[in-house]
Design a binder for this molecule. Sequence first.
Ligand code: PEP
Ligand code: MN
Length: 361
Amino acid sequence: MKFESILLPGIDAKRPLVIAGPCSAETEEQLMGTAKQIADAGVKIFRAGVWKPRTKPGGFEGIGSEALKWMKAAAKETGMYMATEVATEKHVYESLKYGIDLLWIGARTAANPFAVQEIADTLKGVDIPVLIKNPVNPDLELWIGALERLYNAGIKRLGVIHRGFSIPDKTVYRNIPHWHIPIELKRRYPDLPILCDASHIGGRRDMIFKLSQQAMDLNYSGLIIETHCSPDEAWSDKEQQITPAALKKVLDNIVIRDTFQTTEDLSVLRGQIDELDNELLQLLAKRMRVSREIGYYKLEHDMPILQTQRYDQILTDRAYQGERMEMSGNFVKKVLEAIHAESVRQQMVVMEKAKKDDLTV
Ligand code: PEP
Ligand code: MN
């Protein structure tokens, strides 16, 4: 896929590209009041949810098309571009009718190929930038699939929003970032703009700055931050919305590091990383050789490949050791699990081969 710029006329290519506005459009006053203050903070793209996907029925499900009229008025009043979330054919038609400038596909919708295809089919022949949030589940291929559906429908002005992933475990995040997933997406599609939705990742006002800075340090293109004129009274997602004044403070304090300068020091360090990776691979290959030898031993002595007690012991000991070496225990565990899986595979090859040799004798 070869993407075209999502920048709307008059918007600076300078990072970060900022989208700000309330989680939901609630009343005409709330929408207009917030929009004016956000425009005063220098933001050029305004967001508001018009249809809200709620986990359970009975909550505030959005104002619907009526709110699009308010957005149109806010665009006229402030000069900002308007962005909203679409999940169905009807949402797309209505948004286009009221002159919405940028659409995004929400995380729940992005996880549903039927819904994404419906939006893509409706947008055929329309020239509008579309941002796709990561699906709620940490599935990079599903995220890419959603991009492909839009792309195949002729939408080339595409970008993505990283809003974190839903997992059952309680963490400090509302939605765990799993940074490696958007990083892998960026590796595969370097031209694809990525925005960080710090509000939905953190779920808390006090996490917005740190997450936004982290995203900028990872070379993200932009930020989408839920901003409300009185967050405490918001009808949805109140804990993660900040005031326009707080938004301005976040944007004023964020440090944008120059990404184009590769200093000599950096190339020396990168050389060290290359060398270390090489050593790591050699060590792994050596470890696999020993695993195969163990495989032959087990074969000779008629022992099963998997000895769970020893495996559990290894995981616990090494995770503890890793923590003392300034790595997260979880990381060490994951690495070892992967290494163990490969060792088991290698030992199975040894056994399989022995079986075949037996048969051919
Ligand atoms: C939102 O942006 O308000 C929203 C519903 O987000 P998500 O799809 O990321 O949950
Ligand atoms: Mn929200």
